[in-house]
Write a protein that binds this ligand. Structure first.
Ligand code: SAM
Length: 352
């Protein structure tokens, strides 16, 4: 085919690299045909490394107290309508005890920052999980910390850390965050986490306010050069009690196209079909898997946590989203030709 867009896609598959300008041309040129071709390539590339397996992560929303005031986020500190909670170590362990027999071998502790849980408590909880479930991986997603805090978490046994970069562009970062947060610090955190030997996840929202095609192209270039082990992307979804309440949500179509491009940029990526994707479309998760994602993160949190950990409106909390309904999720994945497996699901790094 000598359509230049399809040629770019071929070159991306072959070389895993394009210029930022070329990424922008691909993103802007999305059509149903181009997206279908990208998904087909992404599926082939993923199957060569991970087969048809889909890894599961048990998500535990450990608390929504947050010192940050990110403009897009429903648990931002200035949202007075958010009813705050935090889980104790025992409550977190109870989630793991529920998840293990269901087949979960990764537990993700996610929460707000600075107030939900102190660093030494994070460490004690990680140690307790690892002691009771030595064959499981522990992933943390607790935001920005000083280097020494990350070192302590790693020494306590945490295996992975998810910290979305949110946007690879400093000026855009500043439009989404209050003055006291900085893009440089976010980058410092990601570099530290990698140096400390965590498997590291970055990521961004699709359709966030002020985002342009060029900015998304920078995100792809960032993934190409930073080389994370995981990358979490999902549509931006407005929350009524935030300054971005009236902004439009990101779309399923753009998100799944970007999932395919990310798979081609870094074939061994652990790439989740996120809750946000499932929340804006009834079969969003399936579409994500078909387009190249290979991870789903069902929610193991207690009901009070699920209800109050509201980053955006209309978040899925029941149905296949609940870890307790894993059989339903398994059936949905089987129906499209994929198999949910009970394994830690570490990255299978390919030689480059
Ligand atoms: N506090 C930690 C941090 O900042 O990394 C972890 C929790 S934070 C709420 C997890 C992610 O949720 C953020 O990185 C952001 O990308 C996503 N998020 C927040 N608000 C959102 C919204 N309105 N729509 C979609 N995703 C959102």
């Amino acid at each position: 085919m000598n359509n230049p867009l399809f040629e770019l896609l071929d070159r991306l598959e072959a070389t895993r690299s394009l210029t930022t300008e070329e990424y922008a041309v691909l993103i802007a040129g999305r059509s149903p045909e181009l997206a279908a071709a990208a998904a087909k390539k992404a599926d082939r590339v993923r199957r060569a490394i991970y087969g048809n397996t889909v890894f599961i992560r048990g998500l535990i929303e450990i608390g929504n107290v947050c010192k940050n005031d990110c403009l897009y986020c429903g648990i931002r500190r200035s949202n007075k309508n958010c009813s705050r909670y935090r889980l104790s170590t025992d409550e977190i362990l109870a989630c793991c005890r529920e998840g293990y027999p269901l087949g979960f071998r990764t537990f993700v502790m996610q929460g707000g920052e600075g107030g939900t849980i102190a660093v030494d408590e994070v460490c004690r909880t990680v140690e307790a999980i690892k002691r009771e479930f030595p064959d499981c991986a522990v992933t943390l997603s607790l935001g920005e910390y000083p280097t020494e805090a990350y070192r302590a978490m790693r020494n306590a046994g945490a295996d992975r850390y998810l910290l979305r970069h949110e946007t690879a562009d400093k000026a855009h970062y500043e439009m989404l965050h209050p003055k006291e947060m900085s893009w440089e610090n976010r980058m410092r955190c990601l570099t530290d986490l990698k140096a400390l030997g965590f498997q590291v996840g970055c990521g961004f929202m699709v359709g966030s306010p002020y985002q342009t095609t060029e900015l998304l192209a920078k995100d792809l270039k960032f993934v190409e050069t930073f080389r994370p082990d995981m990358c979490g992307i999902g549509p931006f979804i407005p929350h009524k009690d935030t300054p971005f309440a009236d902004r439009p949500a990101g779309t399923v179509d753009e998100t799944i196209f970007l999932l395919s491009l990310l798979r081609l940029v870094k074939p061994d990526l652990l790439l989740p079909a996120t809750t946000a994707l499932g929340s804006i479309s009834p079969n969003g998760r399936e579409q994500g898997i078909l387009a190249g994602a290979n991870v789903v993160m069902p929610n193991l949190s207690p009901q009070k946590a699920k209800e109050n950990y509201t980053l955006y409106n209309n978040k899925l909390t029941t149905g296949a989203e609940a870890a307790q309904n894993l059989a339903d999720l398994k059936a949905r994945m089987a129906a499209i030709g994929y198999e949910i497996v009970s394994a830690r699901g570490d990255i299978q790094r390919i030689n480059e």
